[in-house]
Design a protein around this ligand. Sequence first.
Ligand code: ATP
Length: 271
Amino acid sequence: MSADPVQRPNGQHHDGEPEAVIRVRDLRVAFGDKVIMDGLDLDVMRGEILGFVGGSGQGKSVLTRTILGLVRKSRGTIEVFGEDVDDLDLAAKRTLERRFGVMFQQGALFSALTVKQNIQVPMREYLKLSPALLDEMAMLKLEMVGLPHDAADKAPSELSGGMIKRAALARALSLDPEIVFLDEPTSGLDPIGAAEFDELIMTLKQTLGLTVFMVTHDLDSLYSACDRIAALADKRVIAVGPLSTMLASDHPWLKAYFGGERAKARLPASH
Ligand SMILES: Nc1ncnc2c1ncn2[C@@H]1O[C@H](COP(=O)(O)OP(=O)(O)OP(=O)(O)O)[C@@H](O)[C@H]1O
């Protein structure tokens, strides 16, 4: 891979232009005859929290998995950090994987491992570290996500829903990624837990300069945590921008989603 572009915490490239860390163009993904995405374009900018919305089964998870290289595309380009992923050899792909952190729906922790061991799974795969250093790093990640030290030796089954999410986030952060993918991170949390998790994501974005790609149905997260929102419908991204762009859209799905009583009741006073 070529040298990284100069990183700026405010998402600016060195020439002052915002930098797209993920650039998807004309993407088509199909399973047999079933076309999931066709002609999809999307940019994810460095340092932003991008909320990704769309009706159930529209392809939000498939898009995430396609960007991560887990699903084959039948057309289009995906550039990550300025490089076309099709041009990368195996070694470069592995290097790229280390710059991603992924938190799957429901946390997806290994139930037979402790929290600490879960956090150490990616470290063991990619880094050659002594057991003492592995422990030290896992404890740092625990602190980063606001979990107490005594959570380290617990099994996932001993944790509350909110703690499981935090442990899964700690694992996603284990290799100090530049981009984290979060699949419905606040689903199943009560409103207080969800708001605390959003706060945590915003703090990590500020302190680590993280870029966050967050699939979510949570209106509060969209309103309070996301810098921009991208909406998936009709097999492509139909709108992308701040909340005001979503509210101004004439697309029937967006009108129903953001114009419904539930959405309006939660809308921040400024809109
Ligand atoms: N491996 C696969 N083989 C065949 N079809 C698949 C595969 N993975 C996903 N699909 C189909 O692709 C479509 C999009 O699925 P996806 O999980 O991305 O939806 P989603 O937008 O994330 O939905 P939800 O909000 O309900 O999680 C669905 O119809 C699903 O059945």
